[in-house]
Design a protein around this ligand. Structure first.
Ligand code: MG
Length: 178
C-alpha cells in the first residue's frame, strides 16, 4: 500500500464587516475573516493539506491572491479543484482531521455541520472527517481574538490499493473500517 500524508495550516485576521465562514458554514459572529477570497481559513488549510499530500504545491501556487478571479471567491472552489487534481494524480482519500483555533466564537455547536459539509464537499463518509476546536487560552493572536487559524492533516492512498486491500468505499474515498 502506498500512502501520503499532507499537512495544511492557515491564519486569517478577524475584522469587522466580513462574514465568518468556516468549513463552508456561515457562523453568526460580530466579525469575520479578512482575505482576498471568502477567507475560509479551514478550507484553505484543507486545500493545502490535499495538495501537499500529493506533492502538488500549495494554495498560493494554484490560486494566487493577486489574481482578480479569486477576489471574494467561495473557498469550496479551491477544495474542489485541489481534490480533483489529487484524484487525477491517482490518489484516494483515507481521512481528514482538523483543528480550528478560535477564542470566539465557540465552535462546539457548529462542529457537526462543518464536518458534514466537508464530507459532502469531498464525497467521503462523514466517519472519515473529524473537526476539533481549540481556544487560545487568552494568549497570543488567537487568545486575544485577533485571528483564527486552522490545521488540517489528510491521508491519501494510491488508487487501486484500496481494492487490493478489500475496501469498498464510494468513489474517491476509502470505506471506514468495520
Ligand atoms: Mg488563507
Amino acid at each position: 500500500m502506498e500512502y501520503r500524508v499532507g499537512l495544511g495550516h492557515d491564519t486569517h485576521r478577524l475584522v469587522s464587516g466580513r462574514r465568518l465562514l468556516l468549513g463552508g458554514v456561515e457562523i453568526p459572529f460580530d466579525r469575520g475573516l479578512e482575505g482576498h477570497s471568502d477567507a475560509d481559513v479551514l478550507l484553505h488549510a484543507l486545500t493545502d493539506a490535499l495538495l501537499g499530500a500529493a506533492g502538488l504545491g500549495d494554495i498560493g501556487d494554484a490560486f494566487p491572491d493577486t489574481d482578480p478571479r479569486w477576489h471574494g471567491a467561495d473557498s469550496r472552489r479551491f477544495v474542489e479543484a485541489a481534490w480533483q487534481r489529487v484524484k487525477n494524480a491517482g490518489w484516494q482519500l483515507v481521512n481528514v482531521d482538523a483543528v480550528v483555533f478560535a477564542e470566539q466564537p465557540r465552535l462546539g455547536p457548529w462542529k457537526e455541520r462543518i464536518r458534514q459539509n466537508i464530507s459532502d464537499l469531498l464525497n467521503i463518509p462523514i466517519a472519515n472527517v473529524n473537526i476539533k476546536a481549540k481556544t487560545g487560552e487568552k494568549v497570543g493572536h488567537i487568545g486575544r481574538g485577533e485571528a483564527l487559524a486552522a490545521q488540517v492533516i489528510v491521508l491519501l492512498v494510491r488508487a487501486g490499493d484500496r481494492a487490493a486491500a478489500g475496501g469498498t468505499g464510494s468513489f474517491g474515498a476509502v470505506a471506514p473500517a468495520d
